[in-house]
Design a protein around this ligand. Structure first.
Ligand code: PMT
Length: 397
């Protein structure tokens, strides 16, 4: 899959730098050529000799090196790659990237490149959560830098939380996802997460969807080579790699974003869209006033995104897949929903209290079409996404 791809790996100074060795090994096994830039701080954790041995190439470190510049100028170094990957992406290098600094070879290459950049952050949990780091991340995301991780877990410093660098296998998956996205010539649209329906400037109607299931489906599409658009309501889920992400708030925003993403070959509506919104959103915060009657919220029906797309006369996707969140008589209700919404397949999941489907890591589903019902065993949401996308690939073939 990575045959002939050229990766410029930038290794910065963090305890997770040792994982770069394993990553290089796996990248080369898959046919990628890896060239390394090792920062001064990175060289405190891994040696140029070991990186050179696993990458089979010279390791670059100095910005002002006569021999390096003669062989391969720093501009050429960054332009020569298909993808730049920063592992570990420390708080320091992320800050320098966000500020556009070029005070060593690594940041100069990152500033000089016209190629995509993927970073795998790794730092102490407090550093990750610090507003300065979060500000830098936002800046980098809006500059188009892609992120893999960080993961949550025990840290080398003895603390627990987000900040652990993703494992080499996950970083490799992100790199492969980057190269495969869009490679099969098919386009997919996925909705995910809840919608927020404003009551006034500070209050809203929402639900417990975390976006885990929808995001996992989008990641599975990208990994299978679909050009994928993920339209998501507000969630804390990391954005999947290789996916065009469109963040929205309300059902009406979600419909507009989905319509803008058409035409596609397949749509999967996994979002938990609010069925109703407040008919008239107050433009000032509703006041709680003693002796006054309680405010009455009159509801209006939201547009149905799934039914709208399924009912398109022109430009209807070849396959329209909905989800049905049910708390009783799951299959029966889901089958009725399949007919009512006019979609081709519906994935029924039990969301009754105790199942942990909303927000949880697992899901137990039935895949329902006009003439079949399949019960799938309990699986992680990633596995459900991969199995669903595998079935979609067969159906579109
Ligand atoms: O996000 P997670 O925490 O991972 O949880 C996953 C999930 C439970 C939210 C997901 O697997 C799921 O079941 N999503 C659909 C939830 C839902 O709103 O179901 P519904 O039965 O109300 O809607 C049926 C279908 O119509 C869904 O495809 C929904 O996206 C779609 N719909 C509903 C209302 C609306 N106004 N527009 C829609 O497109």
């Amino acid at each position: 899959m990575l045959s002939g791809k050229r990766i410029l790996l930038i290794i910065a100074g963090g305890i997770a730098a040792y994982k770069a060795i394993e990553l290089i090994r796996r990248l080369r096994e898959r046919g990628a050529a890896v060239r390394c830039i090792l920062t001064k701080a990175g060289a405190e954790f891994v040696t140029p000799l070991s990186l050179s041995a696993v990458s089979g190439d010279k390791v670059y470190g100095e910005l002002f090196s006569l021999t390096d510049e003669a062989e391969m100028g720093h501009i050429q170094l960054s332009r020569d790659a298909d993808l730049l990957v920063v592992v570990p992406a420390t708080a320091d290098i992320l800050a320098r990237m966000a500020a556009g600094l070029a005070n060593d070879l690594a940041t100069t290459a990152l500033l000089a490149t016209d190629k995509p950049v993927l970073v795998a952050p790794a730092m102490n949990v407090r550093m990750w959560l610090h507003p300065a780091t979060q500000r830098n991340i936002q800046q980098l995301q809006s500059d188009g830098v892609r992120f893999v991780g960080p993961a949550e877990g025990d840290m080398a410093c003895g603390e627990y939380g987000p900040g652990r660098m993703s494992e080499p296998a996950e970083i490799l998956g992100a790199i492969e996802g980057f190269f495969t996205a869009g490679s099969n010539g098919l386009r997919a649209l996925v909705t995910s997460g809840p919608t927020h329906e404003a009551i006034d400037p500070v209050r809203f109607i929402a639900n417990r969807s975390s976006g885990k299931q929808g995001h996992a489906i989008a990641a599975a599409f990208a990994a299978r080579g679909f050009a994928t658009t993920l339209v998501s309501g507000p969630t804390h889920e990391p954005r999947p790699q290789g996916v065009k992400f469109v963040g929205v708030e309300s059902a009406r925003d979600m419909l507009a974003a989905c319509e803008a993403a058409l035409p596609v070959d397949v749509v999967v509506c996994a979002a938990a869209v609010a069925d109703w919104r407040v008919a008239v959103e107050a433009n000032q915060k509703l006041k709680k006033e003693k002796g006054k009657p309680l405010p009455v919220l009159t509801l209006a029906e939201n547009p149905d995104i799934l039914a709208t797309i399924a009912g398109l006369k022109r430009g209807r996707p070849r396959l329209v897949v909905g989800f049905a969140a049910e708390t009783e008589r799951v299959v029966e209700h889901a089958r009725a929903k399949l007919a009512r919404k006019g979609c081709d397949w519906i994935v029924a999941n039990d969301v009754s209290p105790g199942t942990g489907t909303f927000g949880g890591t697992n899901n137990t589903v039935h895949l329902i079409s006009a003439d079949r019902t399949e019960a799938w065993p309990q699986a992680t949401k990633e596995q459900v996404g991969q199995r669903l996308v595998a079935r979609i690939v067969e159906a579109l073939a």
